[in-house]
Design a protein around this ligand. Structure first.
Ligand code: NAG
Ligand code: NAG
Ligand code: NAG
Ligand code: NAG
Ligand code: NAG
Ligand code: NAG
Ligand code: NAG
Ligand code: NAG
Ligand code: NAG
Ligand code: NAG
Ligand code: FE2
Length: 650
């Protein structure tokens, strides 16, 4: 046994030191690539033709113009919209099936001086990818005959103006045939898309938003207070970053030892877009469970203010407080376009359904955890604005808590635990800046947070989590810090499957987990009697029995009660990204599998009763559920490896 162990250790050390430590990502077994990456925009050429045209209207978006009234609404009734449908008309003398419309922002995308990343690179005519695109024939089946098409496209306020370009040559040999007039929002710099997060203490809510105002132009703040009471103002901090913060991939070739900085694509190259300014305000000393109203403001130097819409939220309960508490958890949701842009949402087909189900149930949800693979921008920075806009109805109302996934963080040679290019050069910067998380260091995306009777330990699977690592210490400390009499419901969550999954990829590896995941962490889950461990990354739903060391430790399937003999593992990665297949093998510990889009809702009725529900995103109905009923002494009860040794010494 000892010999075997030291051999294993030796092998691990060997791996660490000699072979590049490449744990092999769970290669997305599912189909789909970031739709913008299908466009060979660096090959685009201008072949403008006067007999082709593209026109967009209205010119000014997001105004208070009321069509029915035929007049402007007063400012306090409708404070300007941050999304609008635009009419786009095209005429093309030589229509072809693969003609497409690219939506560009800023409108003047024809910059002939693109920043050069590499001397050998030919200067491209178009340096930035469109923010989205649509085929000309989409819902215009006569286009190839008539050369005429009419589109309704939805724009969101993204701090700059927009133009539409008609391309022939398909996505792989794009030729610009016509460019439209520019359209713009009334105030492109307006504060938009607030997202709430729990602060570092239970009675603090953080509000993060995006605007076009740097601190020297206008001072950011939140005006807020108890609903119906006088409002007060809290200042906000401002962050931004530039192209150089995006990670270049060092390409090392063994033979020549040549190191090129040219990669880092697309975040440093065609995917780059100015992120604007990201503000965070800290609303402190909140009264548990009371409703607050808030709005975002920017004070100009002459004292006048630019306002956002009005929003509201319910303050978080005191840790241990007995009240009805509902938590939603899912991973891998991504974003999609409501106007059918970007190839009919085939990259994250379930994303809008999940978003819309949550919005429908907003009155019965207190907090949301999106455990990694957030928007799959993969280095196309414009997608982050679109994602924050999509989730605004949720994230502006309840804390929207994130975990980091491979699509946020991974770039080889940048300290990510896995050597993949999955973040397209973002190397975590977008996830760490666009959203606040109550981590000590947002570049290390692990944190704990309390919500009433729940205690959450959110783990960053893209940084080392093995025994002896900095993060392992955090995990133990986080689990140990739950006073289970007050916070009986102890939840662990990470993006990659560190526990159990019958996903096809993990099945092929023969591990049914991220290698070394449960081997590293199961003694902590067992010792601290974690109720449920959640994972994403595999795009489906699966629930295990309460399990320890690969063995089910409880025969129940629907109503758990009594001692906590093992942790229930749940894969809930079906938030939106195209689904992942299950392995053919039947895993003994798997109680329920669903090959569909969905999310989990936990409802704590009190300290002794928890309801778990898995709902499908298509209809919001429950497709799996169980309950846990137990008393405090059941958590204290010693089970296998679940208690410290005792002594009778005096
Ligand atoms: C514009 O397109 C028409 C119709 O295909 C073609 O006859 C004409 O030569 C083109 N003009 C230019 C300048 O390319
Ligand atoms: C927004 O809130 C302000 C108070 O802060 C109030 O005067 C105004 O009527 C509200 N506007 C809307 C559209 O609810
Ligand atoms: C429109 O064009 C796309 C891309 O060439 C093609 O896949 C699709 O079948 C066409 N749709 C219609 C309705 O013609
Ligand atoms: C875009 O730039 C190219 C190269 O500088 C130029 O030939 C072309 O006319 C420009 N097109 C527009 C629409 O400005
Ligand atoms: C396409 O053309 C046919 C025949 O001319 C017509 O009946 C139909 O309405 C047209 N469809 C669209 C979407 O314009
Ligand atoms: C303050 O400055 C802004 C922007 O320059 C202007 O639109 C606004 O009318 C000014 N307000 C006052 C009260 O002068
Ligand atoms: C990441 O991208 C670089 C540059 O394109 C490439 O050389 C490298 O092989 C990629 N790494 C992986 C693991 O795909
Ligand atoms: C849990 O473990 C304890 C102690 O090992 C055992 O007595 C009990 O029967 C187990 N509970 C269930 C539900 O299997
Ligand atoms: C806890 O809630 C459950 C479900 O609503 C209920 O049946 C039970 O009586 C409650 N227990 C206590 C101690 O309030
Ligand atoms: C989204 O929901 C609709 C309505 O239930 C359903 O018809 C559709 O299949 C769902 N889409 C996906 C990708 O599940
Ligand atoms: Fe993932």
């Amino acid at each position: 046994m000892d010999i075997f162990r030291s051999l294993k250790l030796f092998l691990i050390l060997l791996l660490l030191n000699y072979v590049k430590f490449d744990l092999v990502a769970a290669h997305d077994s599912s189909s789909g690539v970031q739709p913008l990456s299908k466009i060979a925009i660096h090959k685009a050429v201008f072949v403008l033709n006067d007999s082709a045209s593209i026109k967009a209207s209205p010119l000014l978006l997001g105004t208070n113009w009321n069509v029915q009234l035929g007049a402007y609404e007063p400012n306090d009734v409708m404070q300007g919209k941050d999304s609008e449908w635009v009419d786009v008309e095209i005429e093309q003398p030589k229509p072809l099936e693969d003609d497409w419309i690219g939506i560009f922002s800023p409108a003047n995308f024809n910059s002939s001086t693109c920043p050069q990343e590499d001397q050998r690179q030919q200067p491209p005519f178009i340096c930035s990818a469109p923010i989205k695109y649509k085929f000309a024939n989409d819902s215009n089946s006569n286009y190839t005959k008539t050369g005429k098409a009419y589109h309704k496209l939805r724009l969101i306020n993204q701090r700059a103006d927009f133009s539409f370009a008609l391309f022939s040559g398909g996505l792989s040999n794009p030729q610009v045939v016509a460019v439209s007039n520019a359209v713009r929002f009334e105030n492109p710099k307006a504060p938009v898309y607030p997202r709430l997060s729990q602060g570092k203490s239970w009675n603090e809510m953080t509000v993060t938003w995006t605007s076009g105002y740097n601190i020297d132009e206008a001072y950011p703040f939140v005006e807020w207070g108890l609903k119906g009471s006088p409002q007060t103002r809290s200042p906000a901090g401002t962050l931004t970053f530039d192209r150089k913060s995006m990670c270049a991939v060092k390409v090392e070739t063994r033979h020549t030892n040549f190191v090129s900085q040219s990669a880092g694509a697309p975040a440093r190259t065609v995917g780059w877009r100015d992120p604007g300014f990201i503000h965070t305000a800290f609303l402190k000393d909140l009264w548990p469970n009371l409703m607050y109203t808030y709005k975002l403001g920017h004070m100009l130097s002459n004292g006048s203010c630019i306002w956002s819409k009005n929003y509201s939220f319910k303050a978080s309960p005191y840790p241990g407080q007995d009240s009805l508490q509902s938590v939603v958890i899912f991973g891998d949701m991504g974003k999609a376009e409501r106007d059918g842009s970007n190839g009919y949402n085939n990259y994250q087909p379930g994303s809008l359904n999940t978003t819309d189900q949550l919005i429908k149930d907003m009155d019965n949800i207190d907090i949301v955890f999106h455990i990694g693979d957030i928007c799959y921008a993969n280095g196309y920075i414009s997608q982050w604005d679109q994602f924050t806009s999509q989730i605004e109805p949720i994230a502006s109302t309840v804390p929207y808590m994130l975990a980091s996934g491979n699509h946020e963080r991974d770039v080889p040679g940048t300290g990510s635990f896995y050597d993949t290019n999955d973040s397209g050069g973002e190397c975590g910067v977008l996830a760490q800046t666009m959203f606040y998380v109550p981590a000590d260091n947002r570049a290390k995306y692990w944190y704990s947070t309390d919500y009433g009777m729940f205690h959450f330990c959110i783990v960053d699977s893209e940084h080392d989590w093995r025994e002896g690592s900095e993060q392992y210490k955090f995990i133990e400390q986080c689990l140990a810090s739950a006073d289970r009499q007050k916070q009986p419901w102890l939840i662990f969550a990470a993006h990659r499957v560190l526990g159990y999954s019958s996903g096809a990829w993990y099945g092929q590896q023969g591990t049914f987990e991220e290698p070394m995941g449960r081997e590293s962490l199961q003694k902590l889950w067992q010792k601290y009697k974690v109720d449920i461990a959640f994972f994403g990354h595999v795009h489906n739903y699966e629930r295990t029995c309460p399990i320890y060391q690969n063995q089910c430790v409880n025969d129940e399937t629907l109503h758990y009660s009594g001692t906590v003999n093992g942790t229930i593992h749940v894969v809930v990665g079906g938030g939106g990204r195209s689904l992942s297949y299950f392995a053919r093998e039947d895993t003994l510990w798997s109680l329920k599998k669903d090959f569909d889009y969905g999310f989990v809702k936990l409802t704590a009725f009190n300290h002794s009763s928890l309801l778990f529900e898995y709902k499908r995103s298509s209809d919001g109905n429950v497709y799996d559920s169980f309950t846990i009923s137990r008393d405090y002494r059941d958590v204290l009860a010693c089970v296998h490896d679940g208690c410290e040794p005792t002594t009778s010494a005096i």
